[in-house]
Design a protein around this ligand. Structure first.
Ligand code: PLP
Length: 406
């Protein structure tokens, strides 16, 4: 039986992952969401933990929109109107009004001519990059870019690829210089906010360097930014790393599944780029879109983000982030300061990371421990993610527990 032999190989590989300490293992399963009350944000019940309430400090729903009643109602209403699934890919019969409206709104929000949605940001990156990278293209990528970018590059057939040191713009310029004469087109790709550490790409400088090198290549130097963690969480009005650094990439990719609280991904660019991608990106053409109800919920999320409520949610998010960051510094922990809601607490030690995650869990706090190889050796950390759904009481509770751990 071939499957039995394959399974024994797979068991060996799983054992290797266990030995390396990188096995993800059992997932925590959420059974209920308890809405905010008594000055506290939402709490969650987990399988195997009865009535114990957990506070999420590891959610990407930075504005708290995944549990926002208005967003939830928008999804219910659209489900009643359109049903639960698209029933087909976009070009067959899977395009609904909310998909089109959402694409128009996203393009406008980011000051682009056009946008298109995919089933996830991961699918967007893997859908978009290989279409723009041909055998006359050199792709240049930050060494800490998200896994989706790494895999999208693996699926491409470029003239060559180069990795530059994390956020090192001199290194990027060197790679560009070395590419002159070897290709016609350059794609420079970076995360906006880097999800592990919460730092961000120096986009203004990156764009300046790329513009300088643009005339040296027949088809130019194209900048692509994945700002999945930045959009809706960073910059005064939530337009992400572009807003914060006052710079604009040629092509912007982001998710609907973090700050906007729903699910899905998108790319915003010029009309021609989007028209080309609709005709060529396999993950768009041959895979179902998000449901019409998810699109309607994301539109409601955007309505909120673009309203006065959005501005005050962002202000509250920055306030809670500052409170938490200053709190952990006062307790003597090490962090990397930034204005975005990813707050790493650097333990620089694998065992301490695991102990701390267990201690937090015991005290009803969900946080993510990151060890090598997810982060470089010596950069082991607990990644905390603050949300506008958190209250001062929530933040102070986490700080009290962190004080006890010391
Ligand atoms: C930078 C970055 N890009 C893409 C993704 C994937 O987003 P999605 O869940 O929409 O596929 C993530 C998710 O963590 C991310 O951090």
């Amino acid at each position: 039986m071939p499957l039995a032999r394959l399974e024994s190989e797979l068991e060996k590989k799983l054992a290797d992952l266990r030995a390396k300490g990188t096995l993800k293992g059992k997932e925590t399963v959420i059974t209920a969401m308890l809405p905010p009350r008594h000055g506290k944000g939402p709490r969650f019940h987990l399988v195997g933990h009865g009535r114990k309430q957990f506070l999420k400090m590891n959610s990407n729903s930075y504005l708290g929109l995944s549990t926002d009643p208005k967003v939830m109602t928008a999804e219910h209403t659209a489900t009643d109107r359109y049903g639960v699934g698209p029933g087909a890919v976009r070009f067959i019969s899977g395009t609904y009004e909310p998909h089109i409206e959402l694409e128009t709104r996203l393009a406008r929000f980011h000051g682009r001519k056009s946008a298109m949605i995919f089933s996830a940001a991961y699918a967007t990156i893997v859908g978009v990059l290989p279409q723009l990278i041909d055998k006359r293209t050199m792709v240049i990528s930050d060494e800490l870019n998200h896994n989706s970018i790494i895999n999208a590059i693996r699926l491409s057939r470029p003239a060559g690829k180069a990795i530059y040191r994390h956020c090192d713009m001199e290194a990027l310029a060197t790679k560009l210089e070395q590419s002159i004469g070897f290709c016609d087109r350059i794609i420079v790709v970076t995360d906006g906010i880097f999800s592990m550490r919460g730092d961000f790409a120096p986009l203004a400088e990156l764009v300046r360097i790329c513009k300088r090198y643009n005339p040296k290549f027949q088809q130019g130097v194209i900048t692509v930014v994945d700002d999945s963690h930045g959009v809706g969480a960073f910059g005064r009005t939530g337009r992400g790393t572009e807003e914060y650094t006052k710079a604009k990439a040629d092509i912007l990719i982001a998710t609907l599944g973090k700050s906007l609280g729903v699910n899905g991904g998108y790319v915003a660019a010029s009309s021609t780029v989007i028209k080309f991608l609709r005709e060529t990106a396999p993950l768009y053409i041959y895979s179902n879109p998000i449901t019409p109800a998810e699109a309607a919920a994301a539109i409601k999320g955007l309505d909120i983000l673009e309203s006065k409520t959005g501005l005050s949610l962002l202000e509250h998010l920055r306030k809670m982030t500052r409170r938490f960051e200053q709190g952990i510094i006062r307790l003597g922990y090490e962090t990397l300061k930034s204005e975005n809601p990813i707050v790493p607490l650097l333990t620089r030690d694998t065992r301490k990371t695991a102990q701390m995650v267990r201690f937090l869990f015991k005290n009803g706090i969900l946080a993510t421990g990151l060890n090598f190889p997810v982060v470089p050796k010596g950069d082991e950390e607990i990644r905390f993610q603050v949300s506008a759904g958190h209250t001062e009481k929530d933040i102070d509770y986490v700080l009290r527990i962190l004080k006890k751990f010391k």
